[in-house]
Design a protein around this ligand. Sequence first.
Ligand code: AMP
Ligand code: MG
Length: 418
Amino acid sequence: MTINRTPISVQEAVGRVTTNIETLPEETVLYTESYGRILSEDLRATNDVPLFTKSAMDGFAIRASDSTGASGENRIAFKVTEEVPAGSTSDYELKENEAFRIMTGAEVPKSADAVVMFEQTKETEAGFTLRKAFKPGENIAMQGEECKTDEVIVQKGTFINPGTVATLATFGYSHVKVYRQPVVGIMSTGSELLDVDESLERGKIRNSNGPMILSQLKRMNIDGRLYKLETDDLDTLLLRVKEMLEEVDVIITTGGVSVGDYDHLPKLYEALGAKELFNKVGMRPGSVTTVSFLGSKPLFGLSGNPSACYSGFELFARPALLKMMGHDKIYAPVLEGTLGEDFKKANPFTRFIRAEVGYVDGKVHARPSGFNKSNAVTSIAKSNGVIVLPGGTRGYEKGDGIKVMMTDMTTGSDRFDI
Ligand code: AMP
Ligand code: MG
């Protein structure tokens, strides 16, 4: 079979994938299980926050007007009439120069409009004296000052972070509607592949792409399923992929997309009747990356070369999966920084280089994270981003301004400097 392969740009390829993706239906989950999911409906306040006007300090609640004219030379005396600890309330009407003793979080009684901190007073037999005038509202948190009943607090399509979980708890949502997570099947193809606990033998290698993709999914809070196929036989491949399609929403295969004698993926797509979005992308590594659809199910045909497989997942599978999950920000953060090494040879295709991204003199700096060929594995382990070098007629030099796509935002710093 001869296949027509015309490269399209990475930008175009990513666009074709994401526009064809459909968001999955919603489901309801327990709020304590919702971290990392995407909200499928706006989260609204079920009450004002604060629910009632409350004291922001431990001290005395007064009528601000009673403190008018107070100074160091003219201390004004107040008489304490009642105590209001947090959780209690009082309907007592303050009279001139009377005060409540009040604790942080307690409702400020209607007749008071300012709170004087203990530290701003001098105790007396009947109460206290103060030396400055207070304005209405001082040291008071007003009802609804943070948000009002029915206000949208977090929008549909937002990633649920620890603060969202706190918000769910605040408003009494023990359950929350989120989009369903995609079920993803990973199939590594190749007669040369061995499992992790098998001994190496001549002509064979251990399958590193399968478990790598499983972890790339885990990084996105998605559980993947590993399927194995230690053969390059087309009929077996077809049978296995049909079985997988019964069980999963997305299939990611690695290997077999090139033009080698046993690279059957193109024939597989044809046999399945899949709609191909592209089969060649203007990028290195991974130009043979193929994406097709069977109904609403995407099939990602990633290159077997580990580095190509890794960046292929981040470029195409990641935004697609985030769209399925209902995320409203599906693309990886791209930072502008300086290049840490020369890449003098021009290349017509856009190059993606696994990189260590950090800060030098407060500026983003990216350098290759190790051996830089498409079959490299170890450089992926040391990377937290991917340098993007657009194709063209010129090479790049150390110090040039470049873009870097972040793949791992959890990388820490070796120093704490704020
Ligand atoms: P292919 O895409 O099948 O032409 O494979 C390209 C290269 O990647 C070959 O050197 C394969 O041996 C290697 N390769 C394929 N699949 C894997 C895998 N699952 N893990 C590690 N290397 C692989
Ligand atoms: Mg192969």
